[in-house]
Design a protein around this ligand. Structure first.
Ligand code: UDP
Length: 222
């Protein structure tokens, strides 16, 4: 991530998980775009599946952990970031916290993730004008990835990363999953516990589908 910025190399980063694979299985254009990413970071489900399919050695890095680490390094290196996504109060709170922690220039700009077509153009213009080093897009998938595909290369921003619901957690407005869940790829269980209406159906469907795919692939290999 740092070298993408330092070498001004336009890089789309995906933290790949079961939800991405589910969406990719249903949408060939999305699949193609995700597979074109310059950096693909495997989340726990991918590491788990790879082990079962005979490819050990991948390490799990959670998207939020990665983002936190990167923000700290980015600040030391003098990079500037743009935050796009989540509700206005969430992203405003996060921008304010980051500016307090890393200096007022650290957050080049921000916008909430509920964009009308006019807002979309406006955000594109703003990002081109502000020239941040990284744009984090927190609108959930596939919306965030489509935004990056549509605008990413035209923006001249080295690093674009889709970060899902991370702004809510980083801003402290939603609790991060407890350690027992984080180390074991069980963040989804915690999210269901916090908000069953939003997540129960989604995770039950996606996870069941994913586990089935992995075991089917395993059988085929045998
Ligand atoms: N969101 C957004 N614009 C939209 C829909 C959602 O900015 O049109 C935000 C939402 O506020 C939340 C994030 O996208 O902060 C996605 O959260 P979710 O938990 O659905 O996605 P995940 O983390 O599972 O990718």
């Amino acid at each position: 991530m740092v070298s993408a910025v330092e070498q001004r190399r336009p890089t789309y980063l995906v933290t790949l998980n079961a939800q991405y694979l589910w969406q990719m299985a249903r949408d060939a254009a999305f699949r193609e775009y995700v597979l074109s990413a310059g950096l693909i970071v495997p989340e726990y489900a991918i590491v788990w599946a790879a082990r079962r399919l005979g490819t050990p050695g991948l390490e799990h890095i959670g998207g939020i952990v990665l983002l936190r680490e990167f923000l700290a390094v980015a600040s030391r290196k003098g990079f500037r970031v743009y935050l796009l996504g989540a509700k206005t109060d969430v992203v405003a709170t996060l921008a304010e916290q980051l500016r307090r922690r890393h200096g007022p220039g650290f957050v080049a700009g921000w916008h909430d993730g509920y964009l009308s077509p006019a807002d979309e153009e406006e955000v594109g213009r703003e990002v081109r004008q502000l020239r941040p080093d990284a744009v984090f897009v927190a609108m959930g998938l596939p919306r965030q990835d489509w935004w990056i595909r549509k605008h990413g290369s035209a923006l001249g921003v080295p690093l674009c990363m889709g970060v899902g619901g991370s702004f809510d957690v980083l801003a402290g407005l939603k609790p991060d999953a407890p350690l027992w869940a984080r180390g074991r790829g069980l963040e989804w269980l915690y999210r269901i516990y916090l908000d069953p209406r939003a997540y129960l159906r989604r995770y039950m469907t996606v996870n069941a589908w994913f586990v089935l795919q992995v075991y089917r692939a395993r059988l085929r290999r045998r």
